[in-house]
Design a protein around this ligand. Structure first.
Ligand code: ATP
Length: 604
């Protein structure tokens, strides 16, 4: 059985029972739908994109207040007098979305730069501020709120009946889930997922992480605003209470309890928390003999329990159980290696041409000189190795030539262009592919998905087209290209395996395949042989020899001397940040300074 049938079955059952549900259940389900919409945004933001927000309730408030103001204020009625009153809620929606997008963009630009605890703290600050703004503005009704909000009308049909409005709420929610699941299943979706593993890796794959983060943030805020808009027309009344920080925290509970990495986790979490809250509000005062918000205490304990026992939320547990019972096999994309030609192609420079050059590169950390006037170049069709004892400055140099850091003096030139001040993604765009000393893969995603991220820059389809599934031809080409590189690196047997479950040595090869999917002109490999067994090292050496023959420029930072001496055409040796030798393996091995630097270590 396929997963899609299960979703269609769920929709069919919901539609079939909807007309017969008691009014109270309809209202409850409508609330669940509204909350799930906000939690859906949090899944994208927190679970997928790795950014925590406590302030989503404030965006719900923006959506609700915008339409409340348009529909009830005399000033708005005067400006909109040329429109039939039935259209006011739609003007309210447009205004709500615009204001939310603007506010979210501004707040995002200010707070998304913050790392660690500062981002959640920033979201608390804006959650509080927007709540007090709603409550303190007289023209928004202050803390008393605004009433007499009209019901929605669609083509003259009034949605005053909660049963009809509930249909709209669930239709919007299901549509949002469909669009977001399409987005996540695309090139842009991979870029969003990559945000979670930190900026360094994603930028090196050509992803503009600042832009992606802000887009996800605005998207989550817009989902909250739509929920607020529907909420206002359902309640027909708004005041600041449902948009305060407590509710913002509840939305986060929903996403985390349901499963913050899963779109359907938002629906599950919203359902569980809403039902639980309803029951607890009934039972706890009776049990404790006093009234109060005791359910918050229970939620707190529940959150601790979920984080302890099911840190990915309840959705994966439920889905795993359903998959087992109904024998649903995990979906695997069908991939053909055709179509890769439709992606951007790079003309490799002729053999011998200088591709990457460091000129007089010096890097100082306070008093310490990590790199001292380093000169080196890498040419098309050669393997150049950079070696040196621990602490010699290899990683620092690697960071400089890959755009992670800027030299204090000197410059890096890539494909003839000076790169001072440019981010890693600019290096990727010019043809630099790289791997990492500490492997940086998305462990729970398949090898195929990880390698496909490497081809990110070679496609162009944006968010909207991806949401509408208009990206299928390009996506097939990206996956085809990823599969080609996987094959080439000898990883075909594990293409659909989660990358994190592979041995470290194989994960290093996945990183090489990912770099190759970007069709680089120069490949920087940071200790590629570390953790590889003897046969795997031989396989890697064969692959690099083949890539060299194809005209790639390869720079290897490596501690394994046997591997380096057998493979490299030229070797540069660093000690205390300074180049102490340069030449062929034979020349370097015979150099007394190199032998001294390695304190008699075996260089053969
Ligand atoms: N961000 C930093 N701030 C201060 N000092 C640093 C920083 N990064 C590196 N260093 C120092 O610069 C020197 C070179 O370090 P680097 O990591 O580049 O050496 P390496 O050759 O890569 O070592 P290894 O082979 O152990 O990885 C070391 O003394 C290190 O402590």
């Amino acid at each position: 059985m396929k997963k899609q049938y299960l979703v269609l079955g769920f929709i069919a059952v919901l539609a079939a029972v909807w007309p017969f549900l008691p009014p109270f259940t309809v209202t409850l389900l409508s609330y669940i739908g509204l909350y799930a919409m906000v939690a859906l945004g949090l899944v994208m933001l927190t679970g997928v994109g790795g950014m925590t927000s406590f302030g989503q309730a404030a965006f719900v408030g923006l959506g609700a207040y915008a339409t409340a103001w348009v529909c009830t204020s005399p000033a708005a009625a005067q400006w909109l007098s040329f429109l039939p009153a039935g259209l006011y809620p739609w003007v309210g929606l447009v205004l709500g979305l615009l204001v939310t997008a603007l506010v979210a963009w501004g707040l995002g630009a200010a707070t998304l730069r913050l790392s660690g605890h500062y981002l959640p703290l920033g979201t608390i600050a804006w959650g509080l501020s927007l709540y007090y703004i709603f409550g303190n503005l007289d023209w928004l009704g202050g803390f008393t709120g605004m009433s007499n909000i009209p019901p929605l009308t669609v083509f003259g049909l009034s949605l005053a009946s909660p049963r009809l409005l509930g249909v709209v709420i669930w239709a919007v929610l299901l549509l949002a889930i469909w669009a977001l699941s399409n987005l996540l299943d695309s090139r842009e979706g991979r870029a969003i997922r990559a945000l979670k593993s930190g900026r360094l890796m994603a930028e090196s794959m050509g992803v503009d992480t600042a832009r992606q983060r802000i887009k996800v943030f605005v998207l989550a805020a817009l989902l909250a605003a739509v929920s607020g808009w529907l909420y206002a027309h359902m309640q027909r009344f708004v005041n600041p209470t449902p948009f305060n920080l407590n509710i913002g925290i509840e939305y986060l509970f929903m996403a985390v309890v349901g499963g913050s990495g899963y779109l359907w986790g938002a629906v599950l979490g919203a359902t569980l928390i809403t039902l639980l809250k309803e029951q607890l509000q009934d039972w706890l005062p009776r049990l404790l003999g006093a009234s109060g918000n005791f359910e918050i205490v229970v939620f707190g304990l529940l959150m601790l329990l979920v984080l302890q026992r099911a840190s990915n939320g309840l959705w994966p547990i439920l889905a795993g159980w359903v998959n087992r019972v109904l024998k649903i096999a995990p979906a695997q994309p069908t991939v053909s290696a055709q179509g890769a030609a439709t992606l951007d192609q790079r003309q490799l420079p002729p053999a011998g041409q200088e591709v990457l050059k460091a000129e007089n590169v010096t890097k100082r950390f306070a008093g310490l000189i990590a790199n001292n006037a380093v000169h080196m170049d890498v040419r098309a069709g050669e393997v150049h190795a950079l070696i040196g004892p621990n602490g010699a400055g290899k990683s620092t140099f690697f960071n400089m030539i890959s755009g992670v850091d800027d030299p204090t003096e000197g410059q890096v030139v890539l494909m003839g262009q000076p790169m001072q001040g440019k981010p890693s993604r600019a290096f990727a765009a010019l043809g630099l592919g790289r791997t990492f000393q500490h492997v940086r893969l998305l462990g729970d995603r398949s090898v195929l998905d990880n390698v496909a991220l490497g081809a990110h820059r070679r496609g162009h389809t944006g968010w909207l087209a991806s949401m509408l599934r208009a990206d299928r031809a390009e996506e097939a080409a990206v996956l085809g290209e990823a599969m080609r590189q996987i094959d080439r690196c000898g990883l075909a047997a594990v293409a659909h395996t989660p990358a994190g479950s592979l041995p470290l040595g194989q994960q290093r090869i996945v990183e090489i395949a990912r770099a190759l999917a970007g069709q680089p002109a120069v490949l920087l490999l940071d200790e590629p042989a570390a953790g590889l067994r003897h046969l795997e090292k031989q396989g890697l050496a064969r692959l690099l020899t083949q890539l060299r023959a194809e005209g790639l420029a390869i720079l290897v930072v490596e501690h394994d001397m046997e591997f380096v001496m057998n493979l490299a055409d030229r070797i540069t040796v660093l000690e205390f940040g300074t180049v102490i030798a340069h030449g062929t393996p034979a020349q370097v091995q015979a150099d007394p300074r190199v032998i001294a630097a390695y304190l008699g270590g075996d260089l053969t």
